[in-house]
Design a protein around this ligand. Structure first.
Ligand code: AMP
Length: 299
């Protein structure tokens, strides 16, 4: 089954304690679409400026991502700049230039409207909601979000929660959204706000999955000794998650648990190099190998 991915497409500037890189391919949709492409056909909706390098577009094409929904607008591509602390977990945003993203209104090509598996990558909840209004009877809709929208667009985010099947966010964002310090209580409270499921990411400590009817699953992350750039790991998690659901066309809780593991594994590859460089070289065989090893770690 095909997947629809909507989100940001960016040129990122990233600084870590040991390296600094400019004009890297980034954005929630770029990472998520490439991650999902290891599982089946992907259709991308987003906007880039007329400065967007051909080589980045080629990367999407090489992954057989359908680009009918990719808008090229006059102006510069969205640009995000971030810096990681020594521990590679804490990061601060140094600057954001919305550029062509400022006027972006996702418009789904007619051929995308019946796509059954939908990933609303991290963008403003009002834009995510506009996509919900354009798809017809999707089978499963996942939304990703971040602290910025919890602070600046809470009302829209709360409306969105009633329109999606699952929300993905990280641990501090989950606590922030429902003003609750206990993560288990926070997960349950978010599920009560609308989505059937909530995935709470805990970085190097893995992920929790909550179901509205009391279902629960917890997994660790794949153990990595060297993290070069964790940017986009969350988006890769979301892409791997929806990709697995679409490939298997099974939305049972048992399969959602496997989707969490597949998302975790794709995210682990993402951290091994800057930008999408590791995913560019990744093969499905390597994901299978890592899945086998992970199986022995989790018993
Ligand atoms: P992650 O590390 O999974 O949180 O994703 C990082 C990516 O999100 C980067 O490539 C950024 O270009 C993109 N990003 C950062 N801030 C925003 C924002 N406000 N809206 C959409 N995308 C963003």
């Amino acid at each position: 089954m095909p997947v629809l991915v909507v989100g940001s497409i960016a040129l990122d500037h990233i600084k870590t304690p040991t390296a600094e890189h400019h004009h890297l391919l980034g954005g929630s949709a770029s990472y998520a679409a490439v991650a999902a492409s290891f599982f089946g056909p992907v259709n991308l909706v987003g906007v880039v400026g007329d400065d967007f390098p051909l080589q980045h577009k080629q990367l999407f094409a090489d992954r057989k991502i359908d680009l009918t929904g990719l808008e090229v607008a006059a102006g510069q591509t969205f640009c995000w700049s971030g810096e990681y602390e020594m521990n590679m977990n804490n990061r601060k945003t140094l600057s954001v230039a919305l550029n062509v993203f400022e006027k972006f209104q996702p418009k789904l090509p007619e051929s995308y409207r019946e796509i059954p598996y939908v990933l609303l990558g991290n963008i403003a909840p009002s834009l995510q909601r506009s996509v919900c209004g354009q798809v017809r009877k999707p089978k499963f809709v996942v939304a990703d979000t971040m602290d910025l929208w919890i602070e600046m667009a809470r009302a829209d985010l709360l409306k969105l929660l009633k329109e999606v099947d699952m929300l993905i966010l990280n641990d501090s964002e989950a606590k922030q959204l429902v003003e609750e310090d206990n993560l288990i209580v926070a997960g349950k409270k978010i599920a009560a706000l609308g989505p059937k499921y909530v995935a709470v990411k805990k970085g190097e400590h893995g992920c929790l999955l909550f179901g509205r009817d009391g279902e629960f699953f917890s997994t660790g992350a794949f153990p990595l000794e060297h993290i070069h750039d964790p940017t986009g790991a969350g988006d890769c998690f979301a892409g791997g998650f929806i990709g697995h659901l679409a490939r298997t066309d099974d939305i049972s809780f048992a399969n959602l648990k496997e989707a969490v593991i597949q998302g975790t594994l794709v995210a682990s590859f993402c951290c091994e190099e800057f930008s999408l460089r590791r995913l560019e070289k990744l093969s499905e065989g390597e994901i299978h190998e890592r899945r086998k090893a992970f199986g022995t770690y989790i018993g």
